[in-house]
Design a protein. Structure first.
Length: 99
């Protein structure tokens, strides 16, 4: 926390999950992980463990690979995106059909 007489404002630093570079918090996208996939949290209001990714095109394109490694490490799941998408679609259809 900066000195109250300091003219320089403090900006929190966070690490990009993909490239591991430290950047200002306002230059990163926040997201959370649930077993069904990634949820972007633009206003940072969801009460879960947040991860951050920078707005670099390489980091955004490699986010899929990072998610696969994260699921394998933390949940012991080795699923492809198509299987996760199919499960999400089926669960949404089940909710919409009243199941």
């Amino acid at each position: 926390m900066p000195n109250k007489h300091s003219k320089v404002l403090h900006m929190p630093q966070r690490t990009c999950a993909v490239c591991k570079s430290k950047k200002d918090l306002d230059k990163l996208y926040a997201f959370i992980i649930i077993p069904e996939g990634i949820i972007i949290d633009p206003r940072r209001r969801l009460q879960r463990r947040r991860h951050y990714v920078c707005n670099d095109i390489n980091c955004l394109s490699n986010l899929e690979e990072w998610e696969k490694r994260y699921f394998k490490k933390h949940y012991g799941i080795n699923k492809s995106w198509s299987e996760l998408d199919l499960q999400s679609i089926n669960s949404v259809q089940g909710v919409n059909n009243g199941q």
